[in-house]
Design a protein around this ligand. Sequence first.
Ligand SMILES: C[S@@+](CC[C@H](N)C(=O)[O-])C[C@H]1O[C@@H](n2cnc3c(N)ncnc32)[C@H](O)[C@@H]1O
Length: 279
Amino acid sequence: MGCSILRKKFNESLFDIYNSEELNIIFYRVMQNLTNKSKLELMTSNYKLGNVKEKIFYEYVNRLSNYEPIQYILGNTIFNNLEFDLDNSVLIPRPETEELVDLIIKHECKKEKILDIGSGSGCIAIALAKYILRSNVTALEICPNAVKIINKNASKNNVEIDIICEDLFTFQSKSTFDLIVSNPPYIVYSQKYKISKNVLNFEPHHALFVNDNDPLIFYKAILNFSKNNLNVDGNIFFEINDIFHHEMIQLVSKYRNFSYKLIKDFHGKKRFMILKKNT
Ligand SMILES: C[S@@+](CC[C@H](N)C(=O)[O-])C[C@H]1O[C@@H](n2cnc3c(N)ncnc32)[C@H](O)[C@@H]1O
């Protein structure tokens, strides 16, 4: 069956889940995965899939219609122009987190020793190791399956990073860092009703959610760790839940040697906090 008929069937099956722009992106990701052809070739040639690949195409459509994210179906995604393997033990890296990585890359500060806490697929740690020359990056992650993925992604992208499989809440280290970055779980369970099915039914809840009774628990642990393990003049870069930005300011104000700045994401939400340790 030719590309244009497949496109029609694809849209008919999925129009109530995805808007037309999303359908366009996902369709060509599926087709490129099945054919290894460029988007341009597919758009101009009415390329035909053989029987075997057509069967896989319809399996993908079926999984998409059950709200499964395309990134888990294909087992990979692009983050900061790098390819990352994924499975459902790790969060799908978000565009906001790409912004966080860009902020770090552009920020003028010392970046020799970097620690990424709650590394997931390794997207932040690996992108920083790739783009910041002479950096020495460590990734900390509690989930052993995620650690396997981080390892895979580091070799896939030709970078060497240190990977530690430990719980942040008991983690101790003799090392000190110039920069600590974290995108920890920050959605409170009471926000669960707002989360769409494709996230809720497929992404790991331990990567997404935090208890309502202590929503800043990860940030507190990282700030405490930073007392001894972040160098003077060092920076912390946090991705945060915008609904808690006032609470974040209150928390950080208790740590008198830190100055801070809040930065909005491309949606205009207060999403990032940059802290500097002054003494
Ligand atoms: C929001 S995800 C972020 C993943 C990745 N850094 C990203 O930006 O896509 C949070 C990550 O923190 C990890 N995590 C949760 N609790 C942790 C803990 N106590 N210690 C270390 N990592 C933890 C989760 O397994 C998950 O991979």
